[in-house]
Design a protein. Structure first.
Length: 271
């Protein structure tokens, strides 16, 4: 396993995923009952955008670097959390910031060094458990949740063949084991064909109530480039589609002026 998210932290795909994640977590917290979050590809939790890794790619400059001036509108909640963090928060730090005393967070990271960093970050937070195990094995082992409510976040690196198939299988497994959980699964958009096949596989899987939210920086004509990204959301809370539309449009306006830039919300499966 060679993927290290530190090289890509704060890029446009992170911003899209995290802005939608914050909205989903706020929606779960509308009810007083406890919820749990399982983050299957957690990374190190918090990043230094001045580090050698982040500076080597500079991807954050075309992502979070273009957003930090925003204080109002659909991105404000997410960006307030980023500014308050003191570093650049990954999904573990963002989620932990929104947990209430009764809520719980399970973080999974397979990379040995990154797992150690993640464990150290949350060593004093009794609400957070950190696991070193395979992400898709963790989906089977750690669901259903004792709380019966919550969210499973899956964010594979898509560096190995078969990631779409593994992601489809994991989404289907969670839906079978814990039908009511919200699921959020990130995917890259390079060429059109793999994404179409992924959506078709989900539509044929039997999983119900599935929406795909996508942000496109440009037309996906060059399959060697990351032209956009998507987030599959299963069991989206009430109001998600309207809120996601506003978030995606705000991101498009700030992050890309290229021809073909845009966003889409597609219902893959009805309730």
């Amino acid at each position: 396993m060679n993927y290290r998210h530190a090289f890509h932290a704060g890029n446009f795909a992170d911003c899209m995923k995290h802005a939608l994640l914050v909205w989903l977590l706020r929606a779960l917290a509308r009810k007083p009952a406890a919820f749990r979050v399982l983050d299957t590809h957690a990374g190190i939790g918090r990043y230094d955008l001045a580090s050698n890794q982040a500076e080597r790619t500079g991807e954050w400059r075309a992502g979070i670097g273009r957003l930090l001036h925003i204080t109002e509108g659909p991105l404000a909640d997410y960006l307030d959390l980023v500014r308050a963090d003191g570093g650049y928060p990954g999904s573990p730090a963002l989620t932990a910031a929104l947990l209430r005393p009764q809520d719980r967070l399970a973080l999974v990271e397979l990379h040995e060094e990154d797992h150690a960093t993640l464990r150290a970050l949350f060593r004093r937070d009794s609400r957070v458990a950190v696991h070193r195990r395979d992400a898709f094995e963790a989906v089977r082992a750690l669901t259903p949740f004792p709380e019966k409510r919550g969210l499973v976040l899956m964010d594979p690196p898509f560096e190995q063949p078969g990631e779409y198939e593994r992601l489809t299988a994991a989404i289907t497994e969670v839906s079978r084991r814990a039908r009511g959980l919200v699921q959020a699964a990130w995917y890259p958009i390079k060429g059109r064909a793999p994404v179409r096949a992924f959506h078709t596989a989900l539509a044929e899987s039997g999983v119900r109530d599935v929406v795909a939210a996508e942000l496109h920086l440009r037309e996906p004509l060059d399959a060697a480039r990351l032209n956009g990204c998507g987030l599959i959301v299963v069991n989206p809370p009430y109001g998600f589609e309207a809120a996601a539309s506003a978030i995606l449009e705000a991101l498009r306006m700030e992050l890309s002026a290229e021809e073909g830039a845009g966003w889409a919300l597609t219902r893959i499966a009805d309730e």
